[in-house]
Design a protein around this ligand. Structure first.
Ligand code: 8ID
Ligand code: ZN
Length: 360
């Protein structure tokens, strides 16, 4: 075992005691101690963490698979490696390194999925803030092979949400089969994932039609590079409005990051023949129904896209560190997590909220 600085016995953490229960901020949560780390494990002292809508789904028990409880949520954390388990061999990170903790906390790196670069579906995968405790605490237990080195040239608060929101939309757009000049529609564009998708898509030379609601989200996405905007609460005919905005033929791809099943409903209708529907948003208890006739005769591809692998994370961060993509966020303290969940629920958070552990 090696440590960077003295490690306290207790810490501040936001804990969900049981599924659906309200959040409790504790000062006396035990800190995982360096001598208890196994080879390959590390302890990261958090600097800040983004809040993803996934954290709210996990806290509420929205999905067919429940999160562990009690749960410390969070999976967009940036901090410093302060301890590494004894007998760790060939660690890709060292004490004092600035690293990110993403949704995929660990995977075996040896099964077929891992070998093919689809490590996020590894059957031995561990998920931060879901199957293992996440980043809403001052110290986080993690794994040296999966923490992500944060490049110089990007602040920790700027990097935080790239670790989930950024990598997720970056990968979804990468696999959407869009080329320069193609139209991409982004329902959910004003949210955490969506506003980063607007920028990655623009950086890749795509033409962006952003969909969300309200003047604040419209102004943000237009500033970030969207060419056109539709307010989903104001449109009378979504399919017609989308097709009219995209040469009359519809977009080449849709990357759906809205946290509601409704946003998926008409995608098959408005997509251009040969188009790609990238399923990203994970609404509660929703299923995707697609008219088989039109899916076949329009040759539509429907692909699920789940966060990204270690390489996707490095690529997404590198693009952000070079200034091509910037997270739009406000910082708050850990104690503001509850009100952040309420804001996500109501859909009134523009961009992202990042919790700063230095703030009281
Ligand atoms: O790996 C993955 N696939 C992955 C990774 C990370 C997050 C999936 N997610 C999922 C989350 O679990 C959540 O279900 O993506 C969804 C969006 O996460 P987020 O961006 O963190 O949520 P947000 O900030 O609340 O943004 C959602 C936006 O959708 C808009 C809202 O107004 C908000 O701006 N929206 C809604 I709700 N309904 C809409 C609709 N019908 C809509 N926009 C367009 N059309
Ligand atoms: Zn997330």
């Amino acid at each position: 075992m090696s440590t960077f600085e003295p490690i306290p016995k207790t810490m501040k953490a936001a804990v969900i005691p049981s599924t659906g229960a309200s959040l409790v901020i504790r000062d006396d949560e035990p800190v995982p101690q360096p001598e208890d780390l196994l080879p390959g494990e590390c302890l990261v002292k958090m600097d800040c963490t983004g809040v993803c809508h996934t954290d709210l789904h996990a806290a509420k028990g929205d999905w067919p698979i429940p999160a562990k409880t009690p749960l410390i949520g969070g999976h967009e954390g940036v901090g410093i490696v302060v301890a590494i388990g004894a007998h760790t061999q060939d660690s890709p990170v060292k004490l004092g390194d600035r690293v990110g903790i993403k949704w995929l906390a660990d995977s075996c790196l040896d099964c077929e999925s891992c070998r093919k670069g689809l490590e996020q579906v590894c059957l031995k995968g561990k998920y931060s803030g879901f199957t293992v405790d996440g980043t809403f605490s001052e110290y986080v237990h993690s794994y040296v092979r999966h923490v992500t080195p944060i490049p110089d040239g990007i602040g920790s608060a700027e990097a935080a949400s790239i670790l989930c929101a950024g990598v997720t939309v970056y990968r979804a757009i990468k696999y959407s089969h869009c080329g320069i000049g193609d139209w991409i529609v982004l329902p959910g564009a004003g949210g955490g994932l969506g506003h980063l998708a607007v920028q990655y898509a623009s950086a890749m030379g795509l033409r962006v039609l952003a969909i969300d609601t309200g003047a604040d989200k419209r102004d943000l996405v237009m500033k970030l590079g969207a060419e056109k905007w539709i307010d989903f609460k104001e449109t009378k005919d979504l399919v017609k409005d989308i097709q009219d905005a995209t040469d009359g033929l519809g977009p080449h791809a849709a990357v759906i990051t809205a946290a509601t099943g409704k946003a998926y409903e008409q995608a098959i209708d408005y997509l251009r023949p040969g188009g790609y529907l990238m399923a990203v948003g994970l609404p509660a208890k929703a299923s995707l129904s697609a008219d088989i006739f039109f899916t076949v005769t329009k040759s539509i591809s429907i692909l699920g896209s789940y966060v990204g692998n270690r390489q996707d994370a490095r690529e997404a961060l590198d693009i952000a560190a070079r200034g091509k993509v910037k997270c739009y966020f406000s910082t708050k303290s850990l104690s503001a997590l509850k009100e952040t969940y309420e804001g996500l629920e109501k859909g009134n958070i523009v961009g992202r909220i990042v919790l700063d552990f230095k703030r009281q």
